[in-house]
Design a protein around this ligand. Sequence first.
Ligand SMILES: C[S@@+](CC[C@H](N)C(=O)[O-])C[C@H]1O[C@@H](n2cnc3c(N)ncnc32)[C@H](O)[C@@H]1O
Length: 359
Amino acid sequence: MIKEGSCIFLKPEKKGLFYNPKGIVSRELGVALLRVEKQLKGDIKVLECMAGIGFRTVRYYKEAGINNIWANEANEEAIEVLKENLKLNNIPDIIITNKEAKKVLLENALNENRFDFIDLDSFGSPSEFVFSVIMALKIEGLVYLTSTDGFTLCGLKQTASIRNYGVHTINSKFCHELGMRVVISQFMKCAGNLNMHFEPVISLYDGYAWRIALRLKKGVENANFDKFGYVLYNPQTKEYKLFENNKIEGDGLICGPIYLGSLHNKEYVVKLIENSSDLENLRKFLEKIMKEEEIPLYYDYQELCDIISLSPPPRRRIIKALKKRGYLASETHINPYGIKTNAPYEVLIEVIKSLSSKL
Ligand SMILES: C[S@@+](CC[C@H](N)C(=O)[O-])C[C@H]1O[C@@H](n2cnc3c(N)ncnc32)[C@H](O)[C@@H]1O
């Protein structure tokens, strides 16, 4: 048996079925999101596209009080274990289907049976599911997606990146935030094609995968497509520049067009914190996210110190010095050496140099 949260599960033994302890933060985030959505909307209709052996299904039912939940999973053997796990936790009948996810999504869309919350916990890239998810989601509904497409999103597979996301990516220390923005952009662009748009609710990288919740909104008026731009990166100096239009000046590698706006709705993150007193793993991430400045990307200060051959001063001192000079600066939950700042690159280097000489 495995215990997670207030639930118990059978230890999966058959080949192809598994328990992923690294997924705990994502399951906690799903629980917290559903608690908040329920507070905001009352009873909600949830579709779990890829339920596996039911870790999320059970936790969503028991810990978020969601009983209108439809669990789908393509692997028949996983469904058998999922049913056992429901019984173990005294969960009465819910809808369970054994279909390919896009089929369930599109069948429901055609029947006008749309969902308030769609959980998309796919392996690799979620891009093949984007269109069907949008079709099956209610306006104001949330898609809660996972991406483990690390090689592509971190700039190591350019052809796959063009195919899946329509952009070139960059391999850099900030690739985990860039990758997050690339995935979000793909959902936004597809929604835009369908005359709708998405707004980010929370975007988290847990060291293993991206976990992102986006809200579907009606129409494209007042949408965030004007927040799309380009990133220009110099692999020698590690400097990056952001362009909110296509007048790009300078040399280097380009990524774009991608979404450069806010990654979180901070008011909503406060609600998630209020609803996660029993979700310890998640809380730590949420508290860090609350302290993050909403500035795209970050510098890895250790990498900058390597370039200028100085031993790194503590991160908090660099942040303090940048703030003292009137710039915004903060940590990021994504990288323990990351600094988000609106200070120009030269200022950051100068600050690091001034602090390093005082070591
Ligand atoms: C990452 S696991 C899901 C784990 C589960 N959500 C959890 O938190 O424990 C991905 C699951 O998706 C299923 N799957 C993969 N592709 C699928 C598809 N196209 N349609 C439906 N299920 C799929 C796999 O069989 C696998 O069980």
